[in-house]
Design a protein around this ligand. Sequence first.
Ligand SMILES: [Zn+2]
Length: 284
Amino acid sequence: MTSRMVRVVLAALVSLAGSAAVQAQDGGLTFANLGTPSGGPARVIGSYAAGCISGAVALPLEGPGYEVIRVSRNRYWGHNSVVRFVQDFGRRVQASRLPTVYIGDISQPRGGRMGFGHASHQVGLDVDIWFELSPKPRLAAAAREEPLLRSLTLADDSGIDPSVWQAGHATLLRLAAEDPAVDRIFVNKLIKRQLCQTITGDRTWLRKVTPWYFHNEHFHVRLVCPPDSPECTPQAPIPAGDGCGKSLDDWFVPPPPRPAVAPPPPKPRPPRYPASCQAVLHAP
Ligand SMILES: [Zn+2]
């Protein structure tokens, strides 16, 4: 399978979240309609796009250097390692004299597939952080539902928006990448290219910054499997190097012309939860 085909299949998987087929597989009970975590210590089960979490903890809705937005979604749950990461990250953002950052979705109280919005974020180890670096007004959590969230890229996808981009955005990505618990960070290909073209000195942290679709308004931080979770499935390691060579160039190759009669896209099968997730789903 070419890397482009892999991307097409992955993109199709995104649309599967919340489908009728997925709900039937859960016997009518879905992770998306459970409002509380299961008990016990936090344990990650399965993979980032097919898994769940027991004993999830809530990220405090604000702390030094950060504020959670869209609280009504109830997606601020995760493994302790994600709470520790966000709190450390916020402190380092503040120490760097950058404005408070907005934290978006982590996971549902028991992880699993969401009704809308993400294919991953299923095990409490993924967190979206918004690039918006304007000074933030002090608002109650409930008033942070639809804040200003600007894109770093131009609307026609031709490049970085110079009226929004600032050096602080690279600092945010470096601060996140330098945390040893971070496995990788997904950003738009134009943002990765901007880093490749402008970062001087230490470039080792660029390795973790991975081009992906969208991600021009926020970046997606993925943490490594924590040692307390033997059932957590890690991702394949990122190749060595700064990721600024051919692997990035491939993202800028225009797609081949479509044939007159396009064959239907391959039907991706919904990822299956590990058996242990059934217990998490049905726990009191
Ligand atoms: Zn994300």
